[in-house]
Design a binder for this molecule. Structure first.
Ligand SMILES: Cc1cc2nc3c(=O)[nH]c(=O)nc-3n(C[C@H](O)[C@H](O)[C@H](O)COP(=O)(O)OP(=O)(O)OC[C@H]3O[C@@H](n4cnc5c(N)ncnc54)[C@H](O)[C@@H]3O)c2cc1C
Length: 397
């Protein structure tokens, strides 16, 4: 790559769409931020549907969907512009139906699903009719940072697969219309390999044991503990190829971790704006807060973190748009952005003083919610460890 190759230019239909999303979020979504249906387990489905209807009326629902299902044919850079505009309110991605895990599942199904699965699962998901969940993580000693520790099993019984295991931290399982379940094959074809399965919900063999009480609250349905007990699925429930589950999941993971960065960047920009406005208006010791170097330096650091996060996202998106896997770039972007936006949240809250810890501004919720971003889609340490290993082995540029 040379600097001359870089081109983050967007076509006008994408800049128009991003501008419309920005206006939509500011005028129609932000008023919902105090709605009691935004609970500690996330926005309710009723609230989600209401917001989706508003987005559909404004012509901004699911712009990332495949074009055959009404999407806007967005490139990864295009997504960066639109998702960042949506993230200006944490309810924005819910309204546009571009929040996790659905957005990542739409992308993965678009790439992997067979024609029948496209119609049955992708179409209703992409058009916002239903929600979905992605079941990979397990309680210790199962799959976590190391998916290779997968304990959930899938064994063949005649024409059926039988799946057993425990999953947890499964976002949106409560209320989802289907689950994508990752399990390890035992015996027969694909023995020892991971495989993904599509399972309709609700299903008596997939029990939601509880919704976890967590410090974050921006995902519809919250995060669930799920017990899979003697789940029997037909052979055509396999998503992709038997034994290729981890390889297929990579299709989801690199872009999905980048879209998290895009959405959270929008929230960081909002928090910085709120802090800036306060620093201009509020006085202390005879002058506005922003005239004190201690505060202006925090604003300057916010601006630099936002700028760095933005450029890192654009670069990784540009690499993906060139058709490359972008694993290293999206991994670096995930660490850079998750840590940068957390710093922005912390500084913005500090600048607001006592107001910062109240729910009179969204900064308090952003501060709490963004913390988990350094853990999901790979903890910072795992990305650093993997990158460091590639550097030592001479495989990273
Ligand atoms: C809000 C939220 C939503 C989630 N949604 C989903 C979902 O929808 N579906 C799903 O399947 N999962 C989901 N997860 C789970 C998420 O993917 C896991 O939390 C993540 O993979 C880490 O696994 P773990 O929690 O088991 O941490 P562990 O594997 O127990 O790791 C704990 C810590 O150990 C450290 N560590 C681990 N490996 C290394 C290493 N090699 N070097 C240095 N340090 C290391 C890291 O600091 C890490 O945070 C979600 C998690 C959160 C927090």
């Amino acid at each position: 790559m040379t600097a001359l190759d870089l081109n983050f230019a967007l076509p006008s239909h994408v800049t128009d769409l991003a501008a419309r999303v920005k206006t939509f979020v500011q005028e129609q979504v932000i008023p919902y931020e105090k709605d009691p249906r935004w609970t500690s387990h996330g926005p309710t489905d009723e609230l989600r549907r209401e917001l989706n209807a508003l987005a559909a009326r404004a012509g901004v629902l699911a712009p990332h969907a495949p074009e055959e299902f009404g999407g806007a044919g967005l490139s990864h850079i295009g997504r960066a512009a639109v998702f960042t505009a949506a993230g200006y309110s944490m309810l924005g991605p819910i309204a546009l139906h571009c929040a996790a895990p659905d957005e990542g599942n739409i992308h993965m199904l678009d790439v992997i699903a067979n024609p029948e699965q496209r119609q049955r699962y992708l179409k209703p998901l992409a058009t916002g009719v239903v929600r979905s969940c992605f079941c990979m993580t397990e309680p210790a000693p199962g799959a976590g940072s190391d998916p290779g520790q997968m304990q959930t099993t899938a064994r063949r019984d005649g024409n059926e697969w039988v799946i057993d295991g425990d999953k947890w931290l499964i976002t949106g399982a409560e209320g989802a219309a289907f689950a994508i379940i990752m399990a390890k094959v035992v015996g027969g074809e694909g023995d020892g390999g991971a495989t993904m399965f599509l399972a309709d919900l609700p299903n008596p063999a997939i029990r939601i044991e509880r919704t976890l009480d967590t410090m974050d609250s921006s995902f519809v349905g919250g995060h669930a503990v799920v017990r899979i007990d003697n789940l029997r699925l037909p052979a055509d429930a396999v998503l992709g190829e038997v034994g290729q589950g981890f390889r297929h999941a990579q299709v989801r993971l690199a872009p999905a971790r980048l879209t998290h960065c895009m959405r959270w960047l929008g929230s960081a920009i909002r928090a910085h704006e709120i802090a800036t406005d306060y620093a201009r208006r509020r006085t202390a010791f005879g002058k506005p807060l922003g005239s004190h170097e201690g505060v202006s330096f925090m604003l300057a650091d916010n601006a630099m973190d936002i700028h760095t996060a933005q450029l890192t996202i654009w670069h990784a998106a540009w690499v993906l748009d060139k058709g490359e896997r972008g694993g290293t770039e999206s991994s670096m972007a995930k660490v850079v952005c998750s840590e940068a936006v957390a710093r922005v949240a912390d500084r913005s809250l500090q600048i607001l003083g006592g107001l910062g810890i109240t729910r009179d501004t969204v900064v308090e919720r952003f501060y709490r919610d963004v913390r988990a971003f350094r853990i999901y889609d790979g903890p910072s340490e795992v990305h650093r460890w993997a990158l460091g290993r590639r550097i030592v082995q001479g495989q990273a540029g």
